[in-house]
Design a binder for this molecule. Structure first.
Ligand code: SAM
Length: 270
């Protein structure tokens, strides 16, 4: 397919095109799209996943940044009534413009590694319209997303994504499945926004702030890393042992710290 359209993969757009039919099929089976689904693909590239998504009969919007890929995608798919192409940057895309019903949008993407984290956060700002997300990401990123407390993978990304979503590391994909092959291993992850947040914070921004501050120096104790935000007494009042290191705390404990900050704002917190 690559030779046929003579598109040269561009590094700056993170282009590693899937060509392994077995891997493509496995991804599509994990998504299991239906004709009633509202689908959004980020970075369709040359359409490796797009065809299968369209075959489900579901309504598919795609967002592709590379202008040179637009005619290639149109040539293949413009005749299909359930296909809708947007040229632009997914990081700036207004997902509400899709007018998707609450909890309906199914997002799919073999994402460029450089935009994967900001894109996930951009999507989580619209978590209310999203039913689920299936992404191909760098394997290490998936390990961090799916991590639990106590290890080196547990950090800001795990906590802020798990605040909003259930995370499932589905399977790994080697470099040989792509053209050109990336230098890293990849993995497929499923993110499902919680219908009801299991640990809602009084103020989401304060949670972000506490987590960022705590993991700025992950080897230090909480009492130390959080001293600009919370006194040791306030940390203890949240039911947290200030002598622990941030990676030993679960999501619920971080939410209690953020809520403590919300009820007892210290001058330093402003
Ligand atoms: N889905 C195709 C596949 O699996 O073969 C292509 C995957 S390739 C890793 C990533 C795709 O995302 C490329 O087509 C690239 O041009 C596109 N892309 C890169 N940055 C983007 C952005 N900010 N917004 C939308 N698409 C982007």
């Amino acid at each position: 397919m690559t030779e046929h359209y003579q598109h040269r993969a561009r590094k700056r757009f993170g282009q590693n095109f899937l060509h392994d039919a077995g891997v493509i099929d496995r991804i599509l089976r994990s998504i299991h799209a239906k004709s009633s689904d509202r689908l959004l693909e980020i970075g369709p590239g040359q359409g490796a996943l797009t065809q299968g998504l369209l075959n489900s009969g579901g309504q598919l919007d795609v967002v592709e940044l590379d202008k040179d890929l637009i005619p290639i995608l149109n040539q293949q798919f413009a005749g299909m009534p359930n296909f809708n192409l947007h040229q632009g940057d997914a990081l700036k895309f207004d997902f509400t413009s899709l007018n998707a019903a609450p909890n309906s949008l199914r997002v799919v993407g073999n994402l460029p590694y450089n935009i994967s984290t900001p894109l996930i956060f951009h999507l989580l700002n619209n978590a209310g319209i999203i039913r689920d997300m299936h992404f191909m990401l760098q394997k290490e990123v998936v390990e961090r997303l799916a991590a639990g407390p106590g290890g080196g993978d547990w950090g800001r990304l795990s906590i802020m994504v798990q605040y909003h979503c259930r995370v499932e590391h589905l399977f790994n994909v080697g470099p040989g499945a792509f053209n050109p092959p990336p230098k890293v291993d990849s993995a497929i992850v499923r993110l499902v926004p919680h219908a009801v947040l299991p640990h809602p914070a009084k103020d989401h921004k304060l949670l972000e702030r506490v987590v960022r501050e705590a993991f700025n120096q992950r080897r230090k104790t909480l009492r130390n890393t959080l001293k600009a935000l919370l006194s040791n007494a306030e940390i203890e009042a949240a039911g947290v042992d200030g002598s622990l290191r941030p990676e030993q705390l679960d999501l619920a404990a971080f939410v209690r710290l953020a809520d403590q900050l919300a009820i007892q704002p210290t001058p330093a917190a402003e």
